[in-house]
Design a protein around this ligand. Structure first.
Ligand code: RIB
Ligand code: CA
Length: 316
C-alpha cells in the first residue's frame, strides 16, 4: 500500500453529507487535506463557509485554510436546499467551538477560484480535487486558467443522476440532481475540460443508504466525530421523512471513500452531457455516444463504505 500522502483539496457546500465527507477525509491518514474551498449550494456561501470553519475546528484541524468562493452559479440565481439540510446547513446541529488559538473563525482573503489555481501551481499533477457541491469555483478557475483542471491528478465529483433509460431520477427536479441543477453551466465546463473526472451520480450514491439503524450504530461508536456524524445524519433523515422522500443517501462521502479505498466502487468510462437550456430539464445529465469524458461510478459496496466510515470515525 502506498504510504505517500495524497494532497487533496475539498470544494464543498456543507451541508450534512459534505460535513461527513470532510470528517472522513480528516480521519484518514492516506489523505493530506491542504485546504477547503466553499461554494453556494445547500445553504448560502456565508453559511457553508461558517460550517466548514466550525467543522475543521471541531475536528482539531483549524489550521487547514478555508477559502470562500462563489456566492452563486455562473449564470443563474442561487438555489438552496434548507428543507434537506436545515436552515444552518448541518441538519439542525450546532457545533461546539473550541476557541483554540488556531481558530480564526474567518476564511482566508483569497477567493476560492484563485486559491485552487495557486494550489494547482504548487502541487501540479499530484493534486486531487474533490468537489461535492455546485462546481462554480472549479469553472471560474478553469475560465481564468484554461487547462487547470486537466493538469490535476483527478477531479472527483458528486453530481448528476445517470440512469440508463430513465432520467427521471433527479432529487431537486424529476430530471436533475441538486449540484448539477444549481450550476449546470459549471458542470458543463468541468465535463468539457478534458480533466480526469470521476463522477459519483445519484445512480451510485443512492446505493449507499442512510438509515436509522446506521445512525444508531455510528452513535454507539462513542467518539465525538462518529456522534456528530450520527446527529447530522439523524437531522437529515428527519428532514427527508418530513418530505416523505423514500430514502436517504450518503452522497458526498462516497467521493472520499473512493479516494481512500477505490475497490469499494466500480467505474466505467462514459460520456456524460448536462443540459444547460432553460426549462424543466435544466441540469439533467445523460449518457451520450462519443469519447468518454468521465469515469462513471456505477456500483458501490454499501456495507464496505459504512465499514470504512465506522473504522475511521470510530478511532479513539
Ligand atoms: O444531490 C446531492 C448533492 O447535493 C450533495 O452534494 C448534497 O450535499 C447537495 O450538495
Ligand atoms: Ca454537497
Amino acid at each position: 500500500m502506498s504510504t505517500s500522502l495524497r494532497p487533496l483539496v475539498h470544494d464543498c457546500d456543507p451541508g450534512t453529507d459534505d460535513a461527513v465527507a470532510l470528517l472522513l477525509a480528516l480521519h484518514s491518514p492516506e489523505l493530506d487535506l491542504l485546504a477547503v474551498s466553499t461554494t453556494h449550494g445547500n445553504v448560502s456561501l456565508q453559511s457553508t463557509t461558517r460550517n466548514a470553519l466550525e467543522l475543521l475546528d471541531f475536528a482539531g484541524h483549524a489550521h487547514v485554510p478555508v477559502y470562500a468562493g462563489a456566492e452563486g452559479p455562473l449564470v443563474r440565481s442561487p438555489v438552496y436546499a434548507p428543507k434537506i439540510h436545515g436552515r444552518g446547513g448541518l441538519g439542525g446541529v450546532t457545533l461546539p467551538q473550541t476557541g483554540g488559538p488556531e481558530v480564526s473563525g474567518q476564511p482566508k482573503p483569497l477567493h476560492a477560484a484563485l486559491a485552487l489555481l495557486e494550489l494547482a501551481d504548487r502541487y501540479g499533477d499530484s493534486l486531487t480535487l474533490c468537489a461535492t457541491g455546485p462546481l462554480s469555483n472549479l469553472a471560474l478557475a478553469e475560465r481564468l486558467h484554461p487547462g487547470f483542471l486537466k493538469g490535476l491528478r483527478e477531479v472527483v465529483v458528486m453530481g448528476g443522476s445517470i440512469e440508463v433509460g430513465s432520467p427521471k431520477l433527479g432529487n431537486v427536479t424529476p430530471w436533475a440532481e441538486f449540484n448539477a441543477y444549481a450550476d449546470p453551466h459549471a458542470l458543463r465546463v468541468v465535463l468539457e475540460s478534458g480533466a480526469n473526472v470521476v463522477l459519483f451520480g445519484l445512480n451510485l450514491t443512492r446505493q449507499v443508504r442512510v438509515t436509522r439503524e446506521r445512525e444508531a450504530a455510528l452513535h454507539a461508536l462513542g467518539t465525538a466525530a462518529a456522534s456528530l456524524t450520527a446527529s447530522m445524519l439523524g437531522g437529515y433523515l428527519d428532514m427527508i421523512e418530513k418530505r416523505d422522500q423514500k430514502i436517504g443517501a450518503l452522497h458526498d462521502p462516497c467521493t472520499v471513500a473512493y479516494l481512500i479505498r477505490p475497490g469499494l466502487f466500480r467505474l466505467e468510462a462514459a460520456r456524460v452531457h448536462v443540459n444547460t437550456d432553460e426549462g424543466g430539464t435544466s441540469g439533467m445529465t445523460t449518457r451520450t455516444e462519443g469519447a468518454a469524458n468521465v469515469q462513471l461510478a456505477t456500483w458501490a459496496d454499501e456495507d464496505g463504505v459504512y465499514e470504512l466510515l465506522s473504522e475511521r470515525l470510530g478511532q479513539k
